[in-house]
Design a protein around this ligand. Structure first.
Ligand code: PLP
Ligand code: SF4
Length: 449
């Protein structure tokens, strides 16, 4: 595909497409009715939203159905197991009753492990006065996640996203908070927290005016423990105009400047799943604009079958990120929820791809860590396959742990080519992994291996 050189200061307005109007997209009308119906089946169960920038500048429509950006944003038949697919397909063919369709959808959704890694209850923090803060998660000592109620959506949805339940209305606003004051109160009560991570959805869906309220509340509180504000976002990939030509783009950049001028680090945690997302002039300009505010951009992505399971692409992507002034940060293993069976890659294979890619980049690209599973006990990295006394095993370690003392301790699992998640692994040389008893006693979580 040749990417047209777009003029960066064009100012397109955002046009979104969802299940309701995707058949209006001219490129979609060229696909068979069968394919369009398949999209509708999947789109009735899993979230679906795309926009004009992705359609016009990131997807190569001569490369359908294999184009990675197409697979990333449009529903794919394989994302539902055959029996679930049939069920929704039959329902759509025989009924136009919205309620019935939703009921069938919810029935299927509940079978897709909508709340992996104990997200619902385990990580909900409480204020000293007993108030539960459903719009926050505090799992690792130094960093808490904050879900502003106005960032419950994204500029487009990634087909693999583990946050899918909140986009289909299963979790409606459960993970959301309106008030920055409660966040400040929690940070005051927890001096061990240095980092606040704004997440969602995508916090960069917020208008500058709304986002600035949260940031100003944080800055004005002058919390001695707060060192870093992080923003987890895919806006650079899905809507770079947020920082170029949207009507409040300058105001947004000024908020970033305000953070850095006040002595806080602004860490932009940018999701890039494929090299293509770094190819347009708009994204390059947007990266420059964000960096010019004093913010640092760190990059992360899961490893995904059908989208980016290609070591060479990862090496090129990390090298390109470094060239553009971004810092490669995490490669994740896709989570045990939603369409994991479709996007999942075995841990053995993931580790091979990571190593192959890592080998090919300079030290500046080797800031990246992975492949890492965000599992219930913590972030677990697959270090590699080793032989110990003639037995092949997987070497693992925690990058983050529910208990910070678990971090950086090597441990071993039996070699298993089919394992795609921590729960699939069995301990090598012992009955239980070293952290299991504590996980069960303190957090009442039993591993299912
Ligand atoms: C990944 C993650 C963080 C941040 O971890 P870092 O290793 O500091 O980037 C914080 N909270 C949760 C729940 C996470 O999954
Ligand atoms: S942008 Fe982030 S939160 Fe939104 S769908 Fe993609 S991965 Fe999920």
């Amino acid at each position: 595909m040749t990417y047209q050189e777009t003029v960066w200061d064009e100012s397109p307005s955002l046009k979104s497409y969802t299940l309701a109007n995707f058949r209006d997209i001219p490129q979609i009308q060229k696909l068979s009715e069968q394919t369009q119906f398949e999209m509708e089946v999947i789109g009735n169960v899993l979230p679906f939203k795309v926009n004009n920038y992705v359609i016009e500048q990131l997807i190569d429509w001569n490369n359908i159905p294999n184009d990675p950006m197409f697979v990333l944003t449009f529903p794919q038949k394989g994302m539902l197991q055959p029996e679930h697919f049939e069920k929704m397909s039959d329902t759509l063919k025989t009924s136009s009753d919205k309620k019935e369709i939703t009921n069938v959808a919810n029935e299927i959704r509940l079978q897709l492990n909508p709340h992996p890694a104990g997200q619902m209850e385990l990580n909900v923090p409480t204020l000293k006065d007993g108030t539960k803060l459903y719009g926050m998660q505090h799992k690792y000592k130094e960093t808490c996640l904050f879900f502003p109620s106005q960032s419950q959506t994204c500029h487009a949805y990634c087909s693999f996203c583990f946050r899918w339940p909140q986009f289909v209305g299963m979790d409606e606003m459960k993970f959301a908070m309106k008030e920055g004051e409660q966040l400040v109160q929690y940070l005051t009560e927890h001096p061990e927290i240095t980092d606040v991570l704004f997440t969602g959805g995508d916090p960069m869906i917020m208008k500058a005016k709304i986002f600035s309220k949260y940031i100003e509340t944080l800055i004005d509180a002058k919390l001695p423990n707060l060192k870093t504000i992080r923003i987890g976002t895919k806006s650079l990939s899905y809507w770079p105009y947020k920082f170029l030509t949207d009507e409040d783009s300058e105001q947004m950049l000024n908020i970033f400047k305000k953070v850095t001028k006040n002595g806080l680090h602004l860490a932009f945690m940018a999701h890039f799943n494929h090299l293509i997302e770094l190819s347009t002039n708009s994204v390059k300009r947007a990266i420059q604009e964000v960096r010019a505010t004093g913010a640092q951009i760190r990059t992360q992505s899961p490893l995904l079958a059908h989208i980016n399971d290609d070591a060479d692409m990862w090496a090129k992507m990390w090298t390109k990120q470094v060239q553009l002034g971004c810092i490669p940060y995490y490669m994740f293993v896709v989570r045990d929820t939603g369409a994991q069976h479709y996007f999942g890659i075995s841990l053995v294979k993931a580790q091979e791809i990571f190593r192959e890619a890592y080998k090919k980049v300079s030290g500046l690209g080797r800031t990246v860590r992975g492949p890492s599973m965000s599992a219930t006990p913590g972030k677990v990295q697959v270090d590699g396959v080793v032989k110990v006394h003639g037995e092949k095993v997987l070497a693992l370690r925690f990058l983050q742990g529910r208990n910070p003392d678990w971090v950086q301790r090597p441990f071993f699992a039996k070699y298993d080519e089919n394992a795609i998640w921590l729960d699939d692994l069995k301990p090598a040389f012992e009955e239980k992994f070293f952290f299991e008893d504590e996980l069960e006693q303190k957090y009442h979580v039993k591993m299912s291996h």
